[in-house]
Design a binder for this molecule. Structure first.
Ligand code: NDP
Length: 483
């Protein structure tokens, strides 16, 4: 890794730039807790520069580019990302603490997003509408212009790929504010995009604190659309700021996603998936399967078998590529500890716990995975997003109770159903409050092609898949009178 990679600067108009204030923020390696680099501390003035650059691009060469040319550019970028997959994975793994294997998968997904949206760029078209005699009416889909993207720290490359990929493919110019805890990979990707030929201003990255650079982006009157992924509380603030200038917002706000295991489930198939859905990225996944609801007849067996697996799980430094790495920050670790301390004071039963390996550096942000059994629906650990490797299990008596429990939180992002009964599969798929339902599998948000997003406190709007292209464009109706 070069010193340039570890000491990030904004990327505006295809140029590296220090913060207007000249201030920087430290980059912390979650595996050791030590400072390993720095980023620019962007504020309103930096956001203003980036929005200005994006506006020039949207009104200039980029905005006028033929969709097929945009498509070729994005394909070139996908190829460059693929060829830099290992170096991007190394950066991401250092910066976020995720095991290097997961970071490699994330870099691969980023390339795939660019490839997918490159293919879609020249295939989004409007319609003609039957109207009165003497009229021809048609619709056209147009880019919003300047799109803002507020990216969280859990999957920087993937979330950047799904939102920026779709925004660029439809001809928008982007201003991106990554999370202060995870900026380095995206700064590198923006440099690669410039090398691949993306015109100046089409993609700009401003680093800094959420309350400063993030808030300034949400408030900026020059931003025509905002895409936000993160917590429900911050999402609400972003939506309020955007409303002041009538800016549409896509909100992806996480969840408390249930997996329903019925008496006829194939347990051998379900078990590894139930574990992976909460362990992936140390549970810091918006679509983590964080609640297991199980039929009472299978409850004891399932908990016993889950406990065996949990006891064997190991957490350690990112480069060791174990089952899980450290959490992203001391703050996130403290948040998970607060939940676990509540679990203890409310007398919840710990069915099993994994281990942190002895070689893990003492200053790193490690939490061994925890399995909690018989967690009642009114408990905070059943209701709230923990965003850590903590799985709660709750038994149910019948399908009606399973559905009521599944829908008993304010969230509605993803749900999993494990049963061989076809009618039950379809009944529940329709009745569950969720943006995605998986039957006898669980995608944990995977699948570039699959539209993704939530209902209720999980947010609104859809990203991923072809559906995202509708969100990043505005529909215009053109009525032509010709008699
Ligand atoms: P936030 O929602 O605060 O952060 C998400 C993004 O929003 C980051 O880029 C952050 O920047 C930015 N941000 C923060 N404040 C503002 C603001 N006022 N205006 C505009 N942007 C802002 O999440 P946290 O990092 O605080 O994590 C807390 C909890 O949120 C987690 O435990 C988890 O439950 C949930 N979460 C959910 C995610 C998901 O994928 N749905 C992703 C991340 C968190 P910065 O980080 O620099 O402050």
């Amino acid at each position: 890794m070069t010193p340039d990679t570890l000491h990030g600067q904004h990327l505006i108009d295809n140029q590296r730039r220090a913060a207007v204030s000249g201030e920087t923020l430290p980059v912390i390696d979650p595996s050791t807790g030590q400072t390993c680099g720095s980023i620019a501390r962007g504020q309103a003035a930096d956001i203003d520069l980036a929005v200005g650059a994006a506006r020039r691009a949207a009104d200039g060469e980029w905005g006028r580019m033929a969709p097929a040319t945009r498509s070729r550019l994005l394909l070139r970028l996908a190829a460059v990302v693929e060829s830099e997959r290992e170096s991007l994975a190394q950066i991401e793994s250092l910066d976020t603490g995720k095991p290097i294997g997961q970071a490699r998968a994330d870099a691969g997904a980023l390339a795939r997003y660019f490839e997918y949206y490159a293919g879609a760029a020249d295939k989004l078209h409007g319609q003609t509408i039957p109207y009165q005699p003497g009229y021809t009416v048609l619709t056209v889909r147009e880019p919003h212009g300047v799109t803002g993207h507020i990216i969280p720290w859990n999957y920087p490359m993937q979330i950047f790929g799904r939102s920026v990929g779709a925004a660029l493919a439809t001809g928008n110019a982007c201003v991106v504010k990554p999370a202060e805890d995870a900026c380095l990979s995206l700064l590198r990707v923006a440099e690669l995009a410039a090398q691949a030929g993306l015109p100046a201003g089409a993609l700009n990255i401003v680093t800094g604190l959420g309350a400063e650079a993030g808030q300034a982006l949400a408030e900026h009157p020059g931003v025509d659309h905002l895409s936000f992924t993160g917590s429900t509380t911050t999402g609400r603030k972003v939506a309020q700021a955007a409303a002041q200038h009538h800016c549409p917002v896509t909100l992806e706000l996480g969840g408390k996603s249930p997996q329903l295991v019925f008496e006829d489930a194939d347990l051998d198939a379900a078990l590894p998936v139930l574990v992976a859905a909460i362990i992936q990225n140390a549970g810091q996944t918006c679509s983590a399967g964080s609640r297991v609801l199980v039929h009472q007849s299978l409850h004891e067996t399932l908990v016993e078998r889950l406990a065996q697996r949990f006891a064997a799980l190991r957490a350690g430094p990112a480069h060791a590529d174990l089952d899980l790495g450290p959490l992203v920050s001391r703050r996130q670790l403290q948040r998970v500890w607060d939940f676990l301390s509540d679990a203890q004071s409310s007398g919840l039963s710990v069915a099993a716990q994994g281990t942190v390996v002895e070689s893990a550096p003492a200053g790193g942000f490690y939490q061994a995975p925890v399995l909690l059994d018989r967690v009642p629906a009114n408990n905070r650990l059943f209701q709230e997003e923990i965003f850590g490797p903590v799985l709660v299990v709750t038994p149910f008596a019948d399908e009606a109770q399973a559905l009521a429990l599944a829908n008993a939180t304010r969230y509605g992002l993803v749900a999993g159903i494990w049963t061989r009964d076809g009618a039950r599969q379809l009944r529940l798929a329709r009745a569950l409050r969720a943006g995605q339902v998986f039957i006898n599998n669980y995608g944990a948000g995977g699948g570039v092609e699959l539209p993704f997003g939530g209902v209720g406190a999980s947010g609104h709007g859809r990203e991923k898949g072809f559906e995202a292209l509708y969100g990043f464009t505005a529909l215009k109706t053109v009525a032509i009178r010709h008699d």
